[in-house]
Design a binder for this molecule. Structure first.
Ligand code: SF4
Ligand code: SF4
Length: 464
């Protein structure tokens, strides 16, 4: 047996902790057992290493058979999740028009709403899927999806009715600027099985109003805050704070304000990286001149952000979960439907005519652009193959990987700050007195694609 290449160790006076990024599990090993474990792994057959410790290390994929091919197991996981047709997911742009005018927006917007013809074709596509799938997930997206609320509600009712009749699990999430998320809308979304809501706030009022103004130039902060007071009682709300060099130092002012308003423990905040995407020259982001962070810089800003947010009860320590194919863009049975019925693979492509891969009215005949997304394969890339973050990142953002200028930006932050991230989680585990084999995913979010442990073919050599 040998140690997994995906172990991250943290040592403390009383114990050692090992996190395995492939299983998403962490194990606390008391200091005396840790010493025995090292002797045992060094080949000292007389070392008294408890069998239960070895069993946990195997269950957590922290030790594997000498001939185990961990990369191949991950590749299997990636391709299985990419190619599965048991789950179907759509990102639906109900309105490409938006009531905001954010200077870093990557979309070339126009005021078009999803119409009845596109709705009918979406339902036709779903009907064809229903006999073959276990679950259907929708992300309501824009522009601003609540500008197209009528369509969202109509489609939701039709989705729920069809899925319930077919015995298919249905749920949805929404990415919204929060301005139209009033009390009645929260209720309507909750009854339409929208289980999570992402709202953007980019700092305290003065900062936010500059970065996320209404399209008439006026501020949006206070309306969003009023809406959030009601939203948190009905929906699971996450606030995304987009940061760059211009506002990162101001986030604590936002946390103070949210904590004073009583949002601690009721919503969570996380940082988003503002990226100067140049690809679509007609999108605002192409001329955005903020001081965007590189991914490595952002990874360190993220640490600072989350540590501060935790102090205000607005974030909980967590580690990334093992994943398969990481997003809609690279999964076979997922599509992004634009407001005019045009199809894309990637969220960042919405509104870009050069990235359209087909049309919902003839969705079975995509154009040649689809192939680049479905052939993206991190296992062909030497950097990914040798990366400790591979099991939780799986090649990250394909859209950025394709862009020469943004290539490094494809990575998840675990690549840059894995030691700090695990160490911070150990602080939390010590505080909470967690011990034994902990499923970090169970403590943070669900593992969709955990692999079975590779059990040894020979009995343990350990003595009690
Ligand atoms: S490729 Fe990147 S930008 Fe596109 S949907 Fe995936 S993660 Fe998002
Ligand atoms: S962090 Fe970067 S190098 Fe590592 S797996 Fe993800 S995309 Fe590849």
């Amino acid at each position: 047996m040998r140690e997994s290449r995906y172990n991250v160790w943290v040592r403390r006076p009383d114990a050692a902790y090992v996190f395995n990024s492939r299983s998403g599990a962490m194990l606390r090993i008391p200091a005396e057992h840790h010493k025995a474990y090292h002797a045992f792994m060094a080949g000292d057959t007389g070392a008294p290493c408890p069998p239960s410790l070895l069993a946990n290390l195997i269950a957590g994929l922290m030790i594997v058979r000498d001939d185990a091919d961990e990369l191949q197991s991950l590749a299997k996981r990636y391709h299985a999740s990419r190619n599965t047709t048991r789950n179907f997911a759509l990102t639906v742009v109900t309105s490409l028009g938006c009531n905001f005018s954010c200077p870093y927006c990557f979309e070339e917007k126009h005021p078009s709403l999803l119409d009845g013809d596109v709705e009918a074709h979406i339902l036709k596509v779903l009907d064809a899927q229903l006999p073959h799938i276990d679950s259907f997930h929708v992300t309501w997206f824009g522009g601003e999806p609540l500008v197209g609320k009528k369509s969202l509600l109509r489609l939701s009712d039709a989705f729920i009715r069809r899925c319930d009749e077919a015995g298919v699990h249905y749920d949805a999430s929404i990415v919204t600027n929060g301005y139209l998320l009033d009390e009645a809308t929260c209720r309507e979304l909750a009854t339409r099985r929208v289980t999570s809501v992402q709202v953007g706030i980019d700092g305290p009022p003065a900062v936010h109003n500059q970065m996320r103004p209404l399209s008439n130039g006026r501020g949006s902060f206070h309306t969003i805050l009023t809406n959030l007071r009601m939203a948190v009682d009905q929906l699971n709300v996450t606030v995304r704070v987009n940061i760059d060099g211009g506002n990162a130092s101001r986030v604590e002012e936002l946390f103070q304000l949210l904590a004073k308003e009583g949002f601690g423990g009721k919503l969570t905040v996380y940082p988003g990286q503002i990226v100067g995407v140049q690809q679509n020259v007609r999108a605002p982001s192409a001329s955005y001149r903020g001081g965007c962070f590189s991914k490595a810089e952002f990874a360190h800003e993220e640490r600072r952000f989350l540590d501060l947010a935790a102090q205000y009860g607005l974030a909980k320590p967590r580690l990334p979960s093992p994943t398969g194919a990481p997003c809609t863009a690279v999964r076979v049975n997922e599509l992004v439907v634009g407001s005019r019925g045009e199809l894309y693979k990637c969220w960042d492509s919405v509104g870009d005519q050069n990235e359209v891969i087909g049309d919902i009215r003839d969705h079975a005949s995509p154009n040649g652009r689809l192939a680049k997304w479905l052939s993206y394969d991190p296992f062909q890339n030497e950097e990914c193959r040798g990366c400790i973050a591979l099991p939780v990142c799986m090649g990250g953002c394909a859209h950025h990987a394709f862009d020469k200028l943004l290539h490094e930006n494809r990575c998840g932050t675990f690549r840059h700050t894995f030691q700090e991230q695990v160490s911070r989680f150990v602080d939390f585990a010590e505080q909470e007195r967690l011990s034994g084999l902990m499923s970090i995913a169970a403590l943070s979010r669900t593992v969709e694609t955990a692999e079975a442990p590779e059990l040894p073919t020979e009995p343990f050599r350990a003595t009690v």
